[in-house]
Design a protein around this ligand. Structure first.
Ligand SMILES: Cc1cc2nc3c(=O)[nH]c(=O)nc-3n(C[C@H](O)[C@H](O)[C@H](O)COP(=O)(O)OP(=O)(O)OC[C@H]3O[C@@H](n4cnc5c(N)ncnc54)[C@H](O)[C@@H]3O)c2cc1C
Length: 463
């Protein structure tokens, strides 16, 4: 893969310099002579936590698939983290996961992972992207709308104002563009911009597990040894709504998150945090007491799965695409966001490369259709169980989906083969075929029957 040499003429504008925006800019820098990244947050705020990405305080597991794609787009990037003492580990042997029916066995999975905090990861991408000759960066600048060229059905320019300005139209400037990528994340205003330009709003699919996070950063003191790099307690429908995630990150630190589904949100105060942690099956309070708290407790609740069907919008502007969370956002507990953003960047790269001299508009049209197909599997993975945690009556289809997902989770505890398959599926290294293989189906079916018998026996005892 070439490295940002600016392949052809034209100006690509990327809205938002989060992970998706940086990945998109990297790819576009091979194909356009000018790539402008427009970011709402100011450069000064980028060294530390910044308000544009409040999720950055929470653990960001980088799935193996994303790590491989990022290495392909930025060869040698993982060397940038060497000095930071970033954990590098086999996911099968350094992960301790409590499934409904028991712990994950320790296996040599061959799935290598690195664990780094979101701000450090983003900073490494940003450093490399900003060094690419075609890329320029406008920070402290907020896109407030699109200027649509009606006749050609394309975006002529994006409308930009200083952060927090532009509502009244004052101080708004036009940035002309040949291609526009919306990478402005889960707060994207694209549906509104489309309707303001006289186009239809997209159909939206939404599954809300009513999940809350409460996260704290800890330091691992000298002499304290953790026997994991990733620690997880899974929740289970209908009543085990509480779980947790621990992630070792750079510089001997741990991000520890309490998780509550179905509106059972973990609290952000000290006593509430400890009481919630004590209610888990994993004995985490003793472990937390041995660590040194390094931050307040941060809560996050905007965890809905939401997919805008942009590929179905009639009269769609032909030079516009949306990527990452701006297009489809997932419940973060499955850790898919960055991987899906990486897959979209790689797909865009391949299609622009294969498109050769074809008009970019036709490549982007084909891209939108492929992008939608690519999203189907991660969407299914993310929403199957979550449907059961939604508010109100649950449809028969949703109950079936969450029942199958539950039986799958029950088949994993203590089973090395099923755990190995779980890893390849959840790291998006394989598709659904692995779960439809006879061995998987037999073990999932057996787990389902075992569970039915166990709950039958429970009901008998309770009478
Ligand atoms: C609590 C939580 C935990 C998560 N954990 C994981 C995980 O473990 N693994 C994983 O892979 N993913 C995780 N994610 C998802 C992950 O954060 C995103 O999927 C990923 O960062 C891609 O996001 P993005 O770049 O599309 O959007 P964002 O990261 O939200 O970036 C959007 C950018 O656009 C800017 N912006 C917004 N509006 C405008 C505008 N109008 N003009 C200019 N700039 C604008 C913002 O300031 C921001 O910089 C988690 C998410 C949450 C909420």
């Amino acid at each position: 893969m070439s490295t940002g040499s600016g392949g052809g003429p034209g100006h690509a504008v990327v809205i938002g310099a989060g992970i998706s925006g940086l990945l998109a800019a990297r790819v576009l820098s091979d194909h356009f002579s000018q790539v402008t990244l427009i970011e709402r947050d100011s450069m000064d705020s980028l060294r530390v936590w910044r308000s544009g990405v409040p999720q950055a305080r929470h653990p960001h597991l980088l799935l193996a698939r994303s790590q491989r794609i990022v290495e392909e787009l930025f060869p040698g990037i993982w060397d940038d983290f060497e000095k930071l003492d970033v954990p590098v580990f086999d996911f099968g042997s350094r992960t301790r996961m409590l499934f409904p029916t028991g712990f994950s066995p320790s296996i040599d999975s061959g799935v290598l992972c690195r664990s780094v905090s979101r701000p450090r990861f983003e900073a490494a991408l940003r450093r490399r992207v900003l060094a690419l000759p075609p890329v320029t960066y406008q920070d402290g600048s907020q896109v407030v709308g699109l200027d649509l060229h009606g006749l050609t059905r394309s975006v002529a320019a994006v409308l930009v104002a200083g952060r927090g300005r532009g509502r009244t139209g004052e101080g708004v400037r036009r940035v002309a563009a040949d291609v526009v990528v919306d990478a402005s994340g889960r707060t994207s205003h694209l549906p509104h911009w489309l309707s303001a330009s006289g186009l239809s709003r997209p159909r939206v699919s939404q599954v809300d597990p009513r999940l809350g996070y409460a996260t704290r950063l800890y330091e691992i003191p000298d002499g304290v040894d953790l026997d994991w790099d990733v620690l997880v307690e899974f929740t289970r429908l209908p009543s085990a709504s509480r779980g947790c995630v621990g992630l070792r990150i750079e510089n001997d630190q741990v991000l520890f998150t309490l998780q509550g589904n179905g509106g059972d949100y973990p609290p952000g105060d000290e006593d509430g945090f400890v009481a919630f942690a004590r209610s888990l099956r994993l004995p985490v309070t003793g472990m937390l007491a041995r660590l040194r708290a390094r931050s307040p407790i941060y809560c996050y609740r905007n965890t809905v799965n939401r997919w805008y069907a942009y590929h179905r919008v009639p009269r769609w502007p032909q030079n516009l695409i949306a990527v990452g969370d701006a297009h489809c956002v997932f419940n973060p507990i499955y850790g898919q966001g960055i991987t899906v953003a990486s897959q979209q960047a790689l797909l865009l790269h391949r299609m622009l490369e294969q498109g050769g001299d074809a008009p970019v508009a036709s490549t982007l049209r084909a891209y939108r259709a492929r992008q939608a197909r690519q999203l189907r599997w991660p969407w299914l993975l993310s929403t199957s169980v979550d449907r059961g945690w939604q508010e109100g009556p649950v449809s028969l289809r949703s109950r079936f989906m969450s029942g199958v997902a539950d039986a799958w989770m029950c088949s994993i505890g203590g089973d090395p083969e099923m755990f190995s398959r779980f890893i390849t599926v959840t790291h998006l290294l394989s598709g659904p075929g692995v779960l439809l293989a006879p061995l998987s189906l037999a073990r999932i079916g057996r787990a389902y029957l075992r569970d039915r018998r166990a709950s039958g026996a429970h009901r008998e005892e309770a009478r």
